[in-house]
Ligand binder design. Structure first.
Ligand code: ASP
Length: 351
């Protein structure tokens, strides 16, 4: 971690509210939690006025619980960021926590060559409740989104999740706790920044664009014909066949044991082989919350590799799904899809 000279003056931030717990407050009349008007954000979080930056807000209509998130929301977010890209120095997206890791992963693949921060945040307790974690999450996100170095470049030109004092690369995170304030983890990559008395940036890990003056490329074509198969003792041939050989499916993520291991029974391998031979892409990610797939260690992993399964390395399932949607959206050929899966596109895998 390094202490960096951070310039906060003259930054402008677009605060985008999509829904979720963070934007709720108690309505005394209805005696229920209802979304508050984000154009009044300074009344709710007066601390934001202390930053020397301009904050505009944009509220999605309708606001949604993030369990209802669909790729259409990701496209709408990409459209909005593309449209307003030149007007702001950074973007903060308020989003429900349940699917935040999927959305942050998706946006990371949909925007190539990012030169400005896109920070997702939310909270476990509504912003209008006394012990809320929402204010701290929002304030840290805005400070990080506004932070520039001495050359005027964004300190973190990446899609990230900022939660409970940690800034994590979006496509490395998973939601790991449903009631604790530390709701997210990035087990396979250290945080990009940590907020303590000051915000300490881990600059060796932060990805920077090849050309700061180039506009990013927005990829909005997504193909969602992907399934997920979680291996478990007792799994039946019927279940494996239904998921792997579905007509509509172009790719299947297999969540395997440990370093990428799965049953070696002949029925299992022959279904994998059949699916791979019919042109389906099969991607191996581990069920473990940390660590990587390595199909060269055990005979079980080697069998999968021989059947045509591709390694997902240390990818999270959320990131693997978003990456497949993105790659399948623009590639017809299974060999090209596999080659891209094995390539580190946005810092999502370590090889
Ligand atoms: N169910 C809510 C959502 O994901 C939970 C939250 O906001 O944290 O939208």
């Amino acid at each position: 971690m390094t202490q960096t000279n951070v310039i906060k003056e003259k930054s402008s931030i677009l605060l985008i509210y999509t829904g979720g717990t963070i934007g709720m407050k108690e309505d005394p009349v209805l005696q229920a939690l209802t979304p508050f008007d984000f154009s009044q954000i300074l009344e709710e979080v007066p601390e934001l006025a202390k930053f020397a930056c301009k904050i505009d807000s944009y509220t999605f209509d309708p606001l949604i619980d993030s369990s209802d998130v669909e790729p259409s929301l990701w496209k709408a977010l990409a459209d909005l960021i593309e449209e307003r890209y030149d007007d702001y120095d950074g973007f903060v997206i308020l989003h429900g926590t349940d699917t935040m890791a999927y959305s942050a992963s998706a946006l990371s693949f949909m925007i190539e060559g990012l030169t400005k921060p896109v920070i997702f945040t939310g909270s476990q307790l509504p912003i209008g409740t006394p012990r809320t974690d929402g204010k701290e999450n929002l304030i840290s996100s805005v400070e990080i989104a506004a932070a520039k170095d001495a050359d005027g470049h964004a300190l973190v030109p990446e899609v990230c999740i900022c939660f409970d004092n940690l800034l994590m690369r979006g496509n490395r995170t998973s939601k790991i706790n449903s009631d604790n304030f530390r709701a997210f983890r990035s087990e396979n990559l250290a945080p990009l920044a940590e907020a303590g008395i000051s915000i300490r940036y881990n600059r060796q890990l932060i990805r920077i664009p090849e050309d700061w003056s180039a506009r990013p490329v927005f990829h909005k074509e997504l193909d969602t014909r992907v399934s997920i198969l979680k291996i478990h003792p007792g799994i039946t041939p019927q279940v494996v066949r239904d998921i792997l050989c579905g007509q509509e499916t172009r790719a299947v993520i297999i969540e395997t044991y440990g370093a990428g291991n799965a049953p070696t029974k002949e029925w299992f391998l022959s279904i994998i082989r059949e699916a791979a031979e019919s042109g389906k892409v099969i991607l191996n990610v581990t069920q473990c919350i940390a660590g990587s797939v390595n199909m060269d260690i055990y005979a079980t992993g080697k069998c999968l590799k021989c059947c045509g399964v591709t390694s997902g390395y240390d990818s999270t399932t959320e990131s693997a799904l978003a990456k497949l949607f993105h790659i399948l959206g623009t590639n017809e050929d299974a060999a090209a899809v596999k080659a891209l899966l094995e390539t580190d596109l946005r810092g999502e895998i370590s090889k």
